[in-house]
Ligand binder design. Structure first.
Ligand SMILES: NC(=O)c1ccc[n+]([C@@H]2O[C@H](COP(=O)([O-])OP(=O)(O)OC[C@H]3O[C@@H](n4cnc5c(N)ncnc54)[C@H](OP(=O)(O)O)[C@@H]3O)[C@@H](O)[C@H]2O)c1
Length: 337
């Protein structure tokens, strides 16, 4: 690995080979302040040079805008990239600010056609259910997703923020390649049940927000400092007294970073990558960035190996975090587990 390229891993027993770190593309179109298309395009190209092949988007990111934005990059490198997108967060025509969870078969069929069109590709490599609508049996939804595989519209299936039981029920209908859930030094609620279930079934874990939405890098101290439309303002742990208390937890990460001559973010990512060894399953984090220099920094974290002592020290952080990761925890697997 003399040229800085990352290594590859199989995305579970049922998924494709991908770079061990993916790229979260959500922030390129929305959620985290002003967008910069030129820097984002340069970020995508630099990521590919560094061996990042797994790109994460969703139809909900900017109401389709993120898929449209990524389309030229994907088309230019179709054979080199693994495209992951998601359905389930529908936008009611009468209120574009709201999101309604939909898992019903007619909606899934409509959503996949819309994503294929926006991405302008023949097939989606990994198609995730973004959120679970508990009013629709998961067997029914995954049955439709399996039909999409048979019809050649989708290659592999994934689920986001599902419980262990939901994963098992889904996997019985069709093999699931990956579960995508929030997993970081600050967010470890999936470890007791979802992670063991994934390991048992040969399903890969794709940690989203592995940098704690940027908080773990120290790049912002409280959400009140961010632009008015920034999504992080809605998350209890990043505002007010919670944010102040949580910022003190970064000191532990800083001490480990110093020992490795690394950044805070690199230690957060090294920890996420090392969960593959700790839990004995494939773990492919997808940090999000819009800056080429940060892709370089983030991919370099795959080469950091934390000692058992450092892992023990970092393991104590999550229990001390003040505030939930979402305002409404029903939006997460932990809210139903
Ligand atoms: N399934 C789901 O429900 C779900 C939910 C959330 C996210 N996701 C996916 O997961 C991806 C990653 O999660 P995320 O973007 O929410 O959070 P994240 O990866 O934990 O953090 C992203 C934030 O960190 C900043 N950042 C990245 N690298 C940095 C570095 N080296 N130094 C300092 N700051 C850095 C980014 O800013 P810049 O962009 O300015 O660099 C951005 O604000 C998303 O892009 C999305 O694809 C999925």
């Amino acid at each position: 690995m003399t040229d800085g390229r990352i290594t590859t891993a199989k995305l579970g027993d049922h998924g494709p080979e991908v770079g061990v770190q993916g790229l979260g593309c959500m922030g390129m179109s929305f959620a985290y302040g002003p967008v910069d298309a030129e820097a984002s395009r340069a970020t995508l190209e630099r990521a590919l040079e560094l061996g990042v092949t797994f790109y994460d988007t969703a139809d909900a990111y900017g109401a389709g805008e993120n898929e449209r934005f990524l389309s030229p990059f994907f088309k230019a490198h179709r054979d080199e990239v693994v495209i992951a997108t998601k359905f389930a967060l529908s936008i009611p025509p009468d209120d574009p600010t709201r999101r309604v969870i939909r898992n019903d078969p007619p909606y899934i069929r409509q959503a996949v056609e819309a994503s294929l069109k926006r991405l302008d590709v023949d097939v989606i490599d990994l198609y995730y259910m973004h959120r679970r609508d508990v009013n629709v049996p998961i067997e029914e939804s995954v049955g439709t997703m399996a039909d999409l595989v048979r019809e050649g519209k989708v290659k592999h299936l994934g689920l986001s923020e599902v419980t262990a039981d939901e994963l098992r029920a889904a996997h019985a209908v069709h093999p699931i390649a990956a579960v995508q859930s929030e997993w970081s030094l600050f967010s470890r609620d999936i470890e007791p049940k979802v992670v063991p279930a994934a390991r048992d079934l040969g399903v890969a874990l794709v940690p989203y927000s592995p940098l704690g939405r940027g908080f773990l890098t120290g790049s912002f101290a409280k959400a009140e400092d961010l632009t008015p439309d920034d999504f992080r303002r809605q998350q209890p742990r990043f505002t007010g007294e919670n944010a102040t208390a949580n910022a003190t937890l970064l000191e532990l990460i800083r001490s480990v970073a110093k020992a490795h001559d690394a950044s805070l973010g690199q230690i957060a990512l090294a920890w996420a990558h090392q969960q593959a060894t700790v839990h004995d399953l494939p773990v492919i984090p997808i940090p999000g960035t819009r800056k080429p220099s940060r892709v370089e920094e983030n991919t370099a974290a795959t080469r950091i190996v934390l000692t058992d002592e450092q892992l023990d020290l970092l393991d104590g952080i999550a229990a001390q975090v003040a505030g939930n990761r979402y305002a409404d925890m029903a939006f997460t697997s932990a809210g139903r587990e």
